[in-house]
Design a protein around this ligand. Structure first.
Ligand code: URA
Length: 433
């Protein structure tokens, strides 16, 4: 096949065939199609799109560019959750052991943080000894015996996505919905899943700022996952305000442990529970939402979910004593109470400003190869509806040596005093199934 003809075909808005898509992705993965031709194709897709059938085929070809994980004839229903990413989004960490304690299996391949968005892997790596680079055999056996394992992407999983994602990043082609859908799903559909539940976020702290864009993305993700044989549904959730009180790697592990003790912040518990309920329902483990909710609450209250979390940490080389003693996690040398500096009734907390504050003290990274500081971050202390005076303490800043003054300015700019009070609970705005 001639790559130039295929680029021209897509540029003219024509539909690519199954054979053409399969050839294209295989040739890109092998190096026969170079980056500059893939960049031209990605730009043509940005303008002309891919229809659902093409997106389904493109996703399958990307998944098959590597070696998808197979659980063969090992028993069990395998399910995962994917979030499009947000500020303080640690939900995967308590959710996976809750679902494992309920008898399902969660083979979760997760990502690292970049820019303002945190990553589950970075949070887990703040646990002393925790390894996110298990070989696939150990990963499979951890999933089968404990019920959950969370690791990073390996070279064998969807290599075409790793290549294309880096290329999209530098060619202004990230924002195309079919390319986002195939990127997310090529990795998730490599996990050997029976079902997938998505948390698609919108708002100032999300990848998609508007509800309408997020809804379009959720619809496409659900359709393409199903067309590739994996049951799927999505929640559309508000990401204008940070999730929970903590933003920062080790701090978010502490908050995850609180959730597993049944004591986490209301919004964090609510989101964890809503996603767990969707997972149980899609797996056919509950006939209605109330029954699923009761089951979720029971495994948390009995300590069974926490026990799974500790078992997963141990299986991955980590120090499971952190579930009893969170002081074993990295601690920042300086913890400072930050005042509001202004009086008024708080109506909302801006997620993006809180993320920026975290970034200033070293929570995240600018480039994929940068080291991050596990110990630093923010504990947010005030809720919408509270009346603040200028000395009210709004947050505790955990910091080391850099970024303190800018972080304080961002934390204060996160305070919103206009409009109606917007509670942080009740984030789930719609469901796509
Ligand atoms: N996350 C991904 O994995 N891929 C995208 O294209 C966007 C978000």
């Amino acid at each position: 096949m001639n790559p130039v003809d295929l680029i021209a075909k897509k540029r003219a808005g024509e539909v690519l065939s199954e054979t053409e898509i399969q050839w294209w992705i295989a040739a890109y993965t092998s190096g026969e199609v170079p980056d500059y031709q893939m960049a031209a194709m990605a730009m043509a897709i940005c303008f002309q799109g891919l229809n659902r059938q093409e997106t389904t085929l493109w996703t399958a070809a990307m998944r098959d560019s590597g070696e998808p994980i197979s659980f063969g004839d090992r028993p069990g229903f395998r399910i995962d959750k994917h979030s499009t990413g947000g500020v303080g989004d640690k939900i995967s960490i308590p959710l996976a052991p809750i679902i494992a304690a309920l008898g399902l299996q969660v083979p979760m391949i997760s990502g690292r943080g970049l820019g303002l968005t945190g990553g589950t892997l970075d949070k887990l790596e703040s646990i002393p000894g925790y390894r996110t680079d298990l070989d696939l055999q150990t990963f499979r056996s951890t999933v089968t015996t404990i019920g959950c394992s969370i690791i990073g992407q390996t070279g064998q999983l969807a290599p075409a996505d790793r290549m294309l994602y880096a290329l999209r990043d530098v060619t202004a082609t990230v924002s195309s919905i079919p390319l986002i859908v195939s990127s997310i799903l090529s990795k998730k559909l490599s996990e050997g899943l029976d079902a997938l539940v998505l948390d698609v976020k919108f708002g100032s702290g999300a990848f998609m700022s508007s509800f309408e864009q997020a809804e379009e993305l959720a619809r496409a993700l659900v359709d393409v996952s199903r067309a590739n044989g994996v049951a799927c549904s999505a929640l559309l959730t508000d990401m204008n305000q940070p999730i929970g009180r903590c933003v920062g790697n080790a701090l978010e592990i502490v908050e995850s442990i609180e959730v597993l003790r049944g004591q986490g912040p209301a919004d964090t518990w609510e989101l964890t529970e809503r996603l767990a309920v969707r997972m149980l329902r899609i797996a056919g483990e509950a006939n209605h939402d109330d029954e699923a909710k009761e089951a979720v609450q029971a495994v948390v209250q009995s300590g069974r979910a926490m026990a799974r979390f500790a078992a997963m940490i141990s299986a991955q080389g980590g120090d499971a004593r952190i579930v009893e003693n969170t002081e074993l996690l990295p601690q920042a040398p300086k913890v400072e109470a930050i005042s509001a500096g202004i009086a008024g009734q708080l109506t909302a907390v801006d997620a993006r400003a809180v993320a920026r504050a975290g970034h200033c003290v070293g929570v995240g990274r600018e480039r994929a190869d940068q080291a991050i500081d596990f110990a630093v971050g923010i504990e947010w202390l005030v809720e919408p509806g509270e009346q603040l005076d200028k000395d009210s303490i709004i947050a505790r800043l955990h910091w080391r040596e850099r970024g303190r003054d800018q972080a304080v300015a961002h934390l204060r700019s996160a305070l919103c005093f206009d409009g109606d009070i917007r509670p942080r609970t009740g984030r789930v705005r719609a469901e796509v199934s």
